[in-house]
Design a protein around this ligand. Structure first.
Ligand code: GAL
Length: 427
């Protein structure tokens, strides 16, 4: 994993006081009734994500009945508010017992600041060294030490689509476009029918859409090169992706203040054709009792075929956690076969463990496809979800993207902002 600066910590500390739900005593909580407890910090506070967390809570209750679950979730998709509060709490040495962090570059932030403990002993104790794919363990390891335990793997480069809206434009839902350019042409046809071609929400969802357009236009190798200096952020191909992103934004219903779930609703309701979202969207379709391949379809963002834009949620043992025993019980549960099955069945993701499979009924058809794709596709790391870049850089990219989508910068200025956002990374 790459090196990153710690400058964001100070900024995060001052920003956090502006956040709603910010408690002066930090994320950590003290045991009040003599029971063991675990305060778990996530951003799974609402809708289908909350249901996933509740699923894990139930498994914890059955596996560790003596440990009380304390929910410290902070609302805002992709941790848009949670990460700032967390960084402030960690800087103030008031950690929760365990917190959600993405495998990859994002973990590096906490490791460098010595805010999380290595958990190699738990890997040995719970028998996890062979349970997770090697490639995933590598993304969690620094200098031989493993710093968190993954609960799931999500795919970020998925188009969720309404087949009726697509058909009404004279397009075949079974044959989606295979390039960004052809996809834009499809969106123009959809617009001509009076329906919304694509919905886009909060800035992090805009970054996620942009990263998938980048992958579609520059391919996996050059996309990976953006993070090791081999591909320049102002290369001609990146400029093409920026142009395409601008065209798609013009065709979109854009609501920068909406989280991801409300922007999926127009797809569910037949008002819009497409939304690009990670496969936590599956949980929203399930909650609305919609049937995969009938009421809605899902396919890789055009140009992303055979590429899996990866992110994994993982959980940590913070230095100075108030209830380390509770944290260890939590880490046991989230890594257990039962925990991974129950959680991922609800969450839309796939188990990080390779020895867990979904039941064979239709309800899990998308997730079985995703498991195959993860095994066979080229894996790249998500920018919007902490796998490719540290929080400090992805925060700057979010700001640059929002500046562009709000019309405050043009293509040229956006490219300059992208170069500046990533300039501090050592290659
Ligand atoms: C991601 C996270 C997912 C999901 C999503 C939307 O960062 O890894 O599990 O919660 O944000 O909030």
């Amino acid at each position: 994993m790459r090196r990153s600066t710690r400058a964001m910590l100070a900024a995060a500390a001052s920003l956090a006081i502006l956040l709603t739900g910010c408690s002066s005593s930090g994320s950590g909580s003290k045991a009040s009734d003599g029971k063991k407890e675990v305060g778990v910090f996530t951003w799974w506070s609402a809708g289908s994500e909350k249901l996933g967390l509740e699923g894990l809570e139930k498994v914890l209750a059955s596996q560790h009945p003596d440990v009380k679950f304390v929910n410290l979730a902070v609302s805002g998709g992709a941790g848009s508010n949670a990460k700032q509060k967390l960084q402030a709490d960690l800087a103030a040495k008031q950690p929760p017992d365990s917190f959600q962090a993405h495998a990859g570059a994002e973990l590096m932030d906490y490791i460098e600041a010595k805010q999380i403990e290595p958990v190699n002993d738990l890997y040995d104790k719970f028998g996890l060294n062979n349970a997770f794919p090697k490639s995933l363990i590598e993304r969690l390891t620094v200098n031989g030490k493993i710093y968190s335990i993954p609960s799931n793997i999500h795919r970020a480069n998925v188009v969720w689509a309404n087949p009726e809206v697509i058909k009404a434009a004279g397009l075949d839902p079974a044959k989606p476009a295979t390039s960004i350019e052809a996809w834009i042409a499809d969106m123009e046809k959809i617009k001509a029918t009076g329906k919304i071609p694509i919905t886009i929400g909060a800035p992090w969802t805009q970054t996620q859409l942009f990263e998938t357009i980048l992958i579609g236009d520059i391919g996996a190798d050059e996309y990976n090169g953006l993070f090791n200096g081999k591909t320049k952020w102002d290369s001609d191909k990146v400029k093409t992706a920026v142009k395409h992103f601008g065209q798609i934004v013009k065709l979109a219903q854009l609501n920068s203040t909406a989280d991801w779930e409300p922007m999926i609703k127009p797809i569910i309701d037949g008002q819009a054709a497409y939304n690009v979202m990670g496969d936590w969207a599956l949980a929203a379709f399930n909650s609305a009792s919609k049937v995969y391949k009938k009421d809605y379809i899902a396919f890789p963002v055009p140009g992303n075929e055979k590429i899996f834009d990866f992110l994994a949620d993982s959980f940590t043992l913070p230095v100075g956690a108030p209830h380390p025993e509770g944290a260890k019980a939590w880490l046991d549960t989230i890594s257990s076969k039962d925990g991974q099955l129950k959680f991922n069945e609800i969450k839309g993701s796939i188990p990080a463990r390779t020895d867990v499979t979904f039941p064979s009924d239709d309800k899990f058809a998308y997730q079985r496809d995703a498991m195959e794709a993860f095994k066979n596709d080229t894996i790249v790391s998500s920018i919007a979800h902490g796998a490719a870049l540290p929080v400090s850089a992805s925060t700057k990219i979010n700001a640059a993207v929002e500046k562009f989508t709000s019309g405050a910068s043009n293509e040229e200025a956006f490219v300059k902002d992208l170069v500046a956002a990533t300039a501090s990374l050592a290659h």
